[in-house]
Design a protein around this ligand. Sequence first.
Ligand code: AMP
Ligand code: MN
Ligand code: MN
Length: 316
Amino acid sequence: MNILDEVKDAKTIGISGHVRPDGDCIGSVMGLYLYLKKVLPGTQIDIYLEKPADIFNCIRDIDKICSDFGTDMEYDAFVALDCNAERLGDAEPIFNKAHTRINIDHHISNTGCGSVNIIEPERSSTSELLYELMDKSRIDEDIAKALYIGIIHDTGVFQYSNTSPRTLEIASELIKFGFDFPKLISETFYEKTYLQSQIMGRAILESIRFMDGKCIVSVVSKKTMDFYQVGPKDLDGIVNQLMIVKGVECAIFMYETDSMEYKVSMRSGGKVDVAAIAVKFGGGGHVRAAGCTMNGTFHDNINNLSVHIEEQLKKG
Ligand code: AMP
Ligand code: MN
Ligand code: MN
């Protein structure tokens, strides 16, 4: 399949991804934008996305992202990347109005929300999947860099089990374009500001283990985020850091988004299917990495989640 088959006759194309965009979301959205700009030079192409973190400023044309969703545009084609329609946030109505709705994603919990659906859960990332849908002879350094960023973010720099031989083959094709990949990995994935490191340290210090150390949880309140002057984008990586504690099968990290409302991130070593748990609470994701938003107190949420985790651990 080639993405061009679906959009080549469109005069206007919209592209979007999920709320709180992560590296794969931003990499795939920008990779597709740069590719379509190149192969369809006369076409109007607009990107709708929440403003990405500053670390992604190294991607060409990132400033073309529109974060004002109040448009009457009815696009000939609209591509939703790395999510289903509900997770598009304020871009959802724009997607729903489009003539051809294309959904490209790798989340196992996504059943497809477009008139064209390309959902491949075995893919490491939407960026990897998108590479397969492109005409390789038209890929240039800027497109390669955007897709590479997407892949390293969703694979934890080729560390997680979603990394396949094909992922590495694609990465090898991408680095042939000659961009400075060690710098990209360091500056977009590992580097933290001092305040980001401090809040991570605090979250780990205040974490609690339960179920004989098989589960670990930590929470960051709005008050703490305000104290460290950080936002949600600054909390990336905390759940992964909890997950690497020896003996942990399931890590949970939550931060307060509103009064009695938490964004929940879960990670699993493989024995617990966290996507299945996230789906029960209106979220989704992958077997080993998933998320959802939960209402209630921190303790209520932990109690509700741990019932399912315990059930799965007992079965396993
Ligand atoms: P996070 O914990 O936010 O890093 O997300 C882990 C994985 O689950 C990523 O692949 C996310 O795209 C996915 N995910 C997180 N929250 C949701 C949600 N509410 N609905 C569907 N997928 C989600
Ligand atoms: Mn994502
Ligand atoms: Mn992804």
